[in-house]
Design a protein around this ligand. Structure first.
Ligand code: NAD
Ligand code: UGA
Length: 459
């Protein structure tokens, strides 16, 4: 059997690497229109940082896992084609700011139909609005060569970045949505047999296509909703002397609530939560379900407020002005163990601090200087009136904190816990402020060193 995956991104790359690892007799080719990204996948410096990914790629690349820019050849040869292209929020026209932009997916479908000379199973791996499979099927049927048949399956991906490999190797479940026909059932059987190489069959759920598509948006909405809920409570904790971590532990001990995804934070980031909730909001509006739309939209509103609230707290603590002050940002990725900065809360916080005329010194162990400057939209050599850099990307946390008025921790990297905070404190301006966004540091110890500490959800 041959598999092709269109889209060599954060999902396509790791997902296919694990399939190739677990199914040595299957040839897996990952293709992308971005030839530079393909070159990186074929180099020692992979474009995606994920714990364990390099080892899986090392084992499989050149054996039964291939990265190629030849999209047509991979489609032509494949029995099963995963579509794993990006589906960002639309920025133009009808639905701008909410609906999913499906143009890359449509290009994929047209390409598959134009190239295929034999029957294919086409798998939606990207996160898509409910009923997209219908559109794909229509495009494939309109453009296909005579005698060629396609079956479209929905197989959403639930991995989280930073734990992608363990999530893929040991998922809570795999979801396969198929058309309720004999041909649909046969296509689902073929896809299920691939996953059954390493996943117990009782963890592989089958539904109709629409339930599968909608389950993915719903899962992300529920996860994000828990974060916004605890973040809303964190604001109340800061006013009342309650401690949000203690509240989270107390409510999470109720088996009906559960302990996961109750960590108050500067706000959720990442490429999917916001876009998928806005997509859900758009779908509800499209079907005239305005109350349901407003309900889910509030999860995003709360998230924006949390980021803004955190910046207001920083400015207020620093005597109501950060103008011309050097502020060290520890972390820029949207969570630890990834180099991904898409929708990172750090971007919103940094931009608002820059608007307040602060100068930033940023350190992240995995994010490049070029990425940070691109995300902030500032030229790398931009300076303030005194000639100080507006954004300096530091080689380590110590260099970032030197002469800073404040440290703002934005990503929960483990190395930030292990730093020598006495050394850091000695090199900072006084009073030395520390704002712990992900609440990873020992606040009591840091207070004893002399820091003025502010944490989310504690007074
Ligand atoms: P990504 O931007 O990292 O990768 C997408 C890739 O598709 C890019 O490299 C792009 O060049 C390529 N591409 C676009 N159009 C193409 C075309 N016509 N032909 C060939 N290649 C094309 O995106 P991602 O993070 O991997 O996400 C992909 C999808 O998976 C999205 O729908 C996302 O919502 C979903 N998803 C992402 C995650 C995650 O953790 N990132 C998890 C679950 C689901
Ligand atoms: C999320 C989901 O967890 C995945 O199941 C899903 O497949 C994926 O989105 C997707 O569709 O893209 P991801 O965004 O990679 O995965 O990472 P998460 O671990 O969910 O974290 C998202 C954001 O929420 C991060 O900024 C994180 O710091 C924040 N978060 C998470 C909290 O603020 N509190 C928590 O308790 C958990």
């Amino acid at each position: 059997m041959k598999i092709a995956c269109i889209g060599a991104g954060y999902v396509g790359g790791p997902t296919m690497a694990v399939i190739a690892d677990k199914c040595p007799e299957i040839t897996v080719t990952v293709v992308d229109v971005n030839a530079q990204r393909i070159a990186q996948w074929n180099s020692p410096e992979l474009p995606v940082y994920e714990p364990g990914l390099a080892e899986v790629v090392e084992r499989t690349r050149g054996r039964n896992l291939f990265f190629s820019a030849d999209v047509d050849a991979a489609i032509h040869d494949a029995d099963v084609i995963f579509m794993s292209v990006n589906t960002p929020t639309k920025t133009y026209g009808e639905g701008a700011g909410k609906a999913a932009d499906l143009r890359y997916l449509e290009i994929c479908a047209r390409k598959i139909a134009a190239v295929a000379e034999s029957d294919k199973i086409v798998v939606e791996k990207s996160t898509l609005p409910v009923r997209t499979a219908e559109t794909i099927q229509l495009i494939l049927a309109a453009e296909k060569k005579q005698g060629v048949n396609f079956q479209v399956l929905s197989n959403p991906e639930f991995l989280a970045e930073g734990t992608a490999i363990t999530d893929l190797e040991n998922p809570d479940r795999v979801l396969v949505g198929a058309e309720e026909t004999p041909a649909g059932a046969e296509a689902a059987r073929i896809l299920i047999d691939i996953y059954a190489h390493w996943i117990p069959r009782d963890k592989i759920l089958t539904t109709n296509v629409w339930s599968s598509e909608l389950s993915k948006l719903t899962a992300n909405a529920f996860l994000a909703q828990r974060i916004s809920s605890i973040n809303a409570i964190s604001a109340l904790c800061e006013e009342t002397g309650a401690n949000v971590d203690e509240v989270a532990a107390a409510i999470g001990a109720d088996a009906r609530i559960g302990p996961k995804f109750l960590k108050a934070s500067v706000g959720f980031g990442g490429s999917c939560f916001q876009k998928d909730i806005l997509n859900l909001v758009y779908l509800c509006e499209h079907f005239g379900l305005h109350e349901a739309a407003r309900y889910w939209e509030q999860v995003v509103t709360m998230n924006d407020w949390q980021k803004h609230r955190f910046v207001r707290r920083i400015v207020k603590a620093l005597f109501n002005t950060v103008s011309g002050k050097r502020i060290a940002l520890f972390g820029f990725a949207f969570k630890k163990e990834t180099n991904d900065t898409r929708e990172s809360a750090a971007i919103a916080v940094a931009k608002e601090l820059l608007d307040e005329q602060a100068n930033l010194a940023i350190y992240d162990p995995k994010v490049s200087a070029a990425q940070i400057h691109a995300d902030l939209g500032l030229a790398p050599d931009a300076t303030d009136e005194q000639g100080c850099p507006r954004v300096e990307v530091a080689p380590d946390a110590y260099a970032a904190a030197a002469q800073a008025h404040a440290i703002v921790v934005l990503t929960g990297w483990d190395e930030f816990v292990r730093l020598d905070y006495r050394r850091i404190h000695a090199a900072m301006r006084k009073p030395a402020f520390l704002f712990d966004g992900p609440t990873i540091l020992n606040h009591k110890q840091l207070s004893e060193i002399g820091f003025t500490i502010h944490g989310i959800g504690r007074g």
